[in-house]
Design a protein around this ligand. Structure first.
Ligand code: ADP
Ligand code: MG
Length: 703
């Protein structure tokens, strides 16, 4: 009988481990069981499949392997400068090998006249090739031990080294482990999948990950394990989604009534984009089903998400239900409030706003209105979550900027529904790559607004060094003369960093010099100002009284000034990609051609350069999100808490996007044909799912 028992054994019981090594492995690598160790894969492999000839060695690139006979071995230098040199040769030439450390051991192990397999990285020293500290084993042993193959290299550490657990030591443990557990690793994929994709079986794949015979075998092993991992992730998410759908009944919003119709007829001065129509259709479909909607709407800044959310709220209203819209910051909540009030004018719809700074009297009045149903749509910050906020009939909860809100908060909103939880619409303007969304929000339905309203001219983005400052200023002056306005943004990495404020205030002073009054008026806004002052300055800019707004990133989500057509970002190399993209989204909101100038110093890291280049190349938030993920990895994009639930051992979400899609499709098809996994051929899947214990996503838990 198959048994998983052995895999759960503590590593101390593995041949070659014992309590001391166990402790250091636990501490340094976080591995506790046989299973943990089994999935501790090499981080790279050294190619031992190919043997070089000495004449073909080049001093560049990676380590190489060659067979040579030792001509002579000699010591030179003294004390710390002591070293051992061996001259070795094959039938094409000769080369020198040098050791500075472990000299006495090497001296004992290497013998003139004998042949060895050497492995190391060639470098040039005094115009000739040379190897420092190459690995070597006697040719005779080499033939017996490793007839070629890829040599696994494991991460180690100082503390592991002290216990003999350098890469080679770990390698030895792996051999013991594989021998020990061979019979305990059962197959987790159904035969049909193995056949269809020509995957190796599980134990073969695991063995090949540690000791691949050749690159091809390694690739196939990795593919299989990568698929398996993503397949179970997707399967778990899809099942959680289905379970939630089955369990959580929702209000049925059948009608599209007067509010929607009147808004369309009287208040909508333009047509919806194709993408907006499509997404609204998806939402309407959800709202009719009698199940709670859980939909994520992704779309770039300015793609018209707010409008879609508003129309969804009108549908709720047409069916007799209130809505709320929760934003992560006060400024953003205010912005939404202003927008929605504008939309609501003349329709007899009451919009309210509740934030931390709502006064006591106003709050009391507002909460009464919400409870009695006089307020139809309530906008706000976290303050909406408080227990004293009670709705008469909450039918739809709209959440802006999902990943700034925690799961517990989302659950609190749900609890505010009466008979059923409200439908949930999540909007995010930070597009995350589709495959990442699939992996993380796999239990939400996803809509994408991938089309901009017509007439928007793409923002032209250019990168300048400080030396071109005058040119940029000259351009600003010309545009300002033509009636436009400009933002100049300084990085504010830390709210409290006085250095950042110094940059900002010095920049402000310089701009005031370069753009003198009374011809030019310059505003400044930053997080340390009093809210009233901030608001006043923003209003002056919005009303066109000032032409330049010097600001920190507080304007990232804060303002909407269609006449502002230039965004200058100072020290742009200090911003992350998605933040740069968000900032750029502040312009390009009107009919004029807009510009974004990225100012940077001459010294740029490779990554910093890539970020600026990407900004210059594209306006597409999804492309930017993809590059961002490649640069930073998915963890940083989602925040560690959310990526923690994706404990992936093999798959890499930015590199394995095709595999994510495949895993998604295959699991979807399987669940469609056999929702409860009752078919005999799916028995393995069910067993494995039980063992993994369902998806680790927190979403799934509150569902
Ligand atoms: P988002 O919330 O995605 O940033 P908004 O809904 O705030 O986008 O829309 C940005 C701007 O574009 C608003 O001024 C809005 O009135 C306008 N807008 C939205 N949809 C359209 C459309 N289909 N055609 C023209 N303008 C639109
Ligand atoms: Mg918006």
């Amino acid at each position: 009988m198959e048994s998983q028992h052995n895999l759960k054994t503590a590593i101390t019981y593995l041949k070659g481990v014992g309590p001391q090594r166990e402790q250091v492995i636990q501490k340094e690598l976080g591995l506790f069981t046989f299973q943990d160790l089994l999935y501790f894969f090499p981080f790279r492999y050294e190619d031992r499949t190919k043997f070089y000839k000495i004449q073909d060695l080049k001093a560049e690139g990676s380590a190489v392997q060659f067979i040579a006979r030792v001509h002579s071995v000699f010591e030179s230098g003294k004390g710390r400068g002591k070293r051992l040199t061996a001259r070795v040769f094959d039938d094409t030439g000769s080369v020198e090998l040098v050791w500075f450390k472990g000299v006495s051991w090497v001296k004992k192990s290497i013998e003139a006249g004998k042949a060895y397999v050497f492995y190391g990285k060639p470098t040039v020293f005094r115009a000739s090739l040379n190897f420092a500290h190459p690995d070597f084993i006697p040719y005779e042993t080499a033939r017996l031990e490793k007839a070629g193959g890829l040599e696994p290299v494991y991460h180690s550490s100082e503390k592991l080294n002290q216990r003999g657990l350098h890469s080679k030591g770990i390698q030895k443990l792996m051999r013991n482990l594989l021998e020990e557990i061979r019979g305990d690793v059962y197959e987790t994929l159904p035969p049909s999948i193995l056949q269809k994709f020509n995957f190796p079986d599980r134990i073969s794949a695991l063995m090949a990950m540690h000791f691949p015979k050749n690159p091809e075998e390694l690739k196939q092993a990795r593919n299989r394990l990568c698929f398996e991992e993503l397949f179970y992730l997707q399967l778990g998410l899809l099942r959680a989604k289905k379970k939630r759908q089955d369990k959580n009944a929702g209000h049925v919003f059948e009608r599209v009534g007067d509010y929607v119709n009147q808004f369309y007829a009287e208040k909508l001065p333009f047509d919806l984009t194709g993408a907006q129509k499509r997404v609204l259709k998806e939402i309407r479909q959800d709202l009719k089903l009698g199940r709670q909607m859980n939909r994520l709407v992704q779309g770039d800044v300015g793609s018209g998400k707010t409008l879609v959310a508003w129309i969804s709220a009108l549908i709720a209203l047409d069916n007799g239900f209130q809505s709320c819209l929760m934003a992560p910051t006060e400024i953003l909540a205010q912005q939404h409030y202003i927008t929605l009030q504008e939309y609501a004018k003349g329709l007899g719809i009451q919009v309210g706003i509740l934030t931390g700074s709502t006064g006591t009297a106003a709050r009391r009045q507002l909460l009464k209105g919400v409870k009695e149903g006089d307020i139809h749509i309530l906008v706000g910050t976290h303050a909406l979550l408080e227990d004293r906020v009670v709705f008469q009939s909450l039918g739809l909860a709209i959440i802006d900027e999902q990943h700034r809100f925690g799961v517990a908060q989302r659950a609190k909103l749900w609890a505010k529904g009466k008979k059923y939880p409200p439908h949930v619409l999540v909007m995010t303007a930070t597009p995350i790559p589709r495959t990442l969304a699939m992996a993380v929000y796999g239990d939400l339905d996803i809509s994408v607004i991938d089309e901009m309203p017509p007439g928007r001219k793409p923002i032209e983005t250019q990168h300048y060094y400080e030396s071109s400052r005058l040119k940029v200023w000259g351009f600003l002056k010309k545009e300002i003369e033509a009636g436009r306005q400009a933002y100049v943004v300084y990085p504010l990495i830390e709210e409290s960093s006085s250095l950042d404020y110094k940059d900002l205030m010095e920049g402000y002073a310089a701009i005031q010099r370069d753009f003198p009054q009374p011809k030019y008026q310059v505003s400044v806004v930053h997080g340390k100002m009093k809210p009233e002052d901030k608001e006043l300055e923003m209003k002056r800019f919005k009303d066109g009284e000032t032409q330049i707004m010097v600001a920190t990133t507080v304007i990232e989500v804060g303002v909407n000034v269609p006449n502002a057509s230039i965004m200058v970002i100072e020290s742009a190399e200090r911003f992350g990609l998605s933040q740069l993209h968000q900032l750029r989204g502040r312009v390009g909101r009107g009919a004029d051609q807009s510009y974004c100038f990225l100012m940077s110093g001459h010294k740029l890291s490779a990554e910093g350069r890539k970020r600026l280049e990407t900004m210059v190349e594209t306006n597409d938030g999804f492309v930017i999100a993809d590059v961002d993920m490649q640069l930073r990895g998915p963890g940083d994009i989602l925040g560690t808490r959310q990526s923690g639930m994706l404990d992936l051992k093999v798959a890499n979400l930015s590199q394995d996007q095709a595999m994510v899609k495949l895993a998604r499709n295959v699991s979807d098809a399987i669940l469609k044909s056999d929702p409860n996994l009752e078919l005999p051929e799916h028995a393995r899947i069910l067993k494995r799912l039980r063992e993994i214990g369902g998806p680790k996503t927190a979403w799934a838990e509150i569902s």
